[in-house]
Design a protein around this ligand. Sequence first.
Ligand code: NDP
Length: 503
Amino acid sequence: MSDYQLYIDGEWSEAASGESFPTFNPANGEKIADIAKAGEEDTVRAIEAARRAFDEGPWPRMSGKERADLVRKYGEAIQAKADDLARLETMDGGGTIRKAMTADTMSCAGTFLKFADYAETVSDYEELPEYALMPGLPGKRNYLKYEPIGVCAQITPWNFPLIMASWKIAPAIAAGNTIVLKPASVTPITALELARIADEVGIPKGVVNVIAGPGASVGEVMAAHPMVDKVAFTGSTEVGARIMALAAPTVKKVTLELGGKSASIVTEDADFELAAKGVLFGTFFHNGQVCESGTRALVNEKIYDDFVDKLVDTAAGIKLGDPMDFATDQGPLVSDTQLKTVERYVAIGKDEGAKLATGGERPTGEAFDKGYFYEPTIFAGVDNAMKIAQEEIFGPVLSVIKVRDDAEAVKVANDSIYGLAGAVWSSDIERAQGIAEQMRTGTIWINEHHLLGPEHPFGGYKQSGIGSEMGVHGYNEYRLKKRIHVDDNLNPAEHMTFMMLFS
Ligand code: NDP
């Protein structure tokens, strides 16, 4: 029997094929668990369960308050299990236990709690203004009724399995939808733990279905199936485009959170110490395996050389090691595949003529022998046209680019197919805001990086995505708007006569 089965229609089961697949600890390469491997038949079964739960079950018909009570209970149960979830997250996905305890579990639970609040407090009704071209028409009024969309197929990546699952499940179910979620195959465990918690807190059967299995089969069926009303995806731009194509024939609603190559602009008046730490945190947090990582630092020429030296000195203090040790700053990358991607890009950077200022190697020593560790790596002398500045590496690699002034910084920042996030490091807030407002991206931090909250929308410009998640804006991505016109004058003839001359 698999250690983790498929969660469909409120029941745990093996895959129809009987197949399973292993998941490994990236710190030492050891197997953690066997996971039931969904195939097409299981995927369709999960979609049908979600469809039934939406069309016939209680969930979409409950009041916002009733749903809020259960979603809140869900968030509280996650909080109560935070330590176990943090350990599993670190074992399955790498990173550090410190990150898992301070960011992953807290943010995951907080997202459920915030969307429970929205289910209770964000109205399902909105009055609309009177007809502007026909003011004073008696008895006619318009309003919106917000309604859940239906069955949502949700596909998540491996970099933040818990957080990404919470960003998908919480808003969708709070708004009254039912879901089928597929986690990334390399990190399936904690999404399946979230299914277990849904079951324990009494989310009705069929509302939350979680199945692990290959993107190329399970994910494609989810994106294309006619019973699915919406697809929400986080992952690479390449797969996002494929999902749009699969969803197109049945015109599903689609939200996509995709790749990024965010810029951190450093002006010459920035607080030197803070900016250096901030740029490194922006890049190396979770090994750079973060979609909003600031992997291009655009530094004013007046401070460029000193700033590169400062980055290199400060990066030397980043402690690599055992992810379960609270003192570790940087654990292993998620997989051997990702490690090889990073190694490939570092070789490309060298070939392109960028200057390797620090890192560029796997760390040596017994602690690192079996895991997928990589040194924090900084390239100086980078031209924005280089591949290492244009392509998403998703690893601990920073490209430092020299810019003449703010105008050039904005131009270089915007010279990217991506537009997910960015940062400006400056002591002059007005100047920083001026820069931020010219950057073509969905999120910008001034003197900060990576700070996200469930109350703030997050989404990409350009090839970084469509729509947004989080906040009331993200909540509304899971609701349809129905306009209702009411005429209690019971004499619409005056308007119809005006248009069509009934006599
Ligand atoms: P992928 O796009 O390869 O995978 C993401 C998810 O999609 C996984 O669950 C995967 O399943 C699934 N998938 C793969 N192929 C298909 C397909 N043909 N149809 C449907 N689903 C499919 O990316 P990674 O998870 O490897 O993550 C790295 C990339 O994701 C980076 O580019 C990063 O920028 C981006 N990302 C963006 C974020 C954002 O918020 N904008 C957040 C995190 C990552 P399986 O694992 O089984 O292959």
